[in-house]
Design a protein. Structure first.
Length: 260
């Protein structure tokens, strides 16, 4: 789905924008091994690089030095002619560095970016990071760890007032009061997703509702793991996302893997 959206986005925007930028906040090594198997699959950086209509610039951020080195080597071997910027470090602390690599728009030079963020857990992505990037023209595809982290740990850890994990992920501590009001009738994974969507609306992004997200479940117990949510300031982005979901293979199962 990441690859398909990137392809539709890059192809459709190439004659409308002078510079198209792909941003990956948790790039990894470019390949992943499916846990319990010998199967190796391409991860988001190489998928985005492999589309037919390339972006004008790719920005990859990764805090693990070993994975970053592996990604650099794979890019050099297969995409040496592509304009790529590598930013080592945590994407939250390096967000200003990431923004500095996005070409500055000016008269007769329009810049549009597509940012993919698939955090390992809630702690990995701060809403402030997304908010900072949103100061530019950026569409976001965000993995919301609504089931595999949030729903599993909310009662155990996150309701503790001293725990700021969800405060940082949503950009506010006010979620606690609202959750108390609706907790009897609402699942926490759905609450978290919709709260995130409403906060993105405050940044002038469209959020049609939870039905617009893509729910990914585990393969063993069919438990909800996370949701992929597309946020764009243009209705055209919603259309791209609908096309992506329509023509992508149904991802009803997910195997835990290691992005190594």
């Amino acid at each position: 789905m990441v690859r398909n959206y990137a392809q539709i986005f890059a192809n459709s925007m190439k004659k409308k924008w002078d510079c198209r930028v792909y941003i990956d906040l948790f790039a990894g090594a470019g390949r992943s091994k499916i846990e319990g198997t010998s199967r190796i699959v391409l991860a988001s950086p190489l998928l985005a690089l492999g589309i037919s209509d390339k972006f004008d610039l790719y920005i990859f951020c990764e805090k693990d030095e070993t994975k970053m080195d592996a990604l650099k080597q794979r890019v050099r071997m297969n995409y040496s002619d592509i304009n790529v910027e590598f930013i080592p470090g945590d994407s939250n602390s390096q967000v200003n560095q990431i923004i500095s690599k996005i070409p500055q728009a000016r008269q007769a030079f329009k810049v549009l970016a597509f940012c993919f963020a698939d955090p390992y857990n809630l702690k990995s992505l701060n809403f402030a990071t997304v908010e900072s990037l949103s100061q530019r023209f950026v569409d976001f595809l965000i993995l919301i760890p609504s089931g595999m982290d949030a729903a599993r740990n909310v009662d155990i850890h996150y309701l503790n007032p001293k725990n700021k994990t969800i405060d940082n992920f949503l950009g506010t501590p006010e979620w606690r009061d609202e959750w108390q009001k609706v907790s009897i009738s609402t699942r926490f994974d759905e609450f978290l997703t919709n709260y995130y969507g409403r906060n993105m609306e405050k940044l002038r992004y469209y959020y049609p509702g939870i039905e617009s997200t893509q729910l990914i479940r585990s393969d063993e117990k069919n438990l909800p793991l996370y949701r992929l949510a597309l946020f764009s300031r243009a209705r055209l982005g919603e259309n791209f996302w609908k096309e992506t979901k329509k023509y992508s293979d149904p991802q009803l199962t997910f195997h835990f893997g290691c992005r190594g």
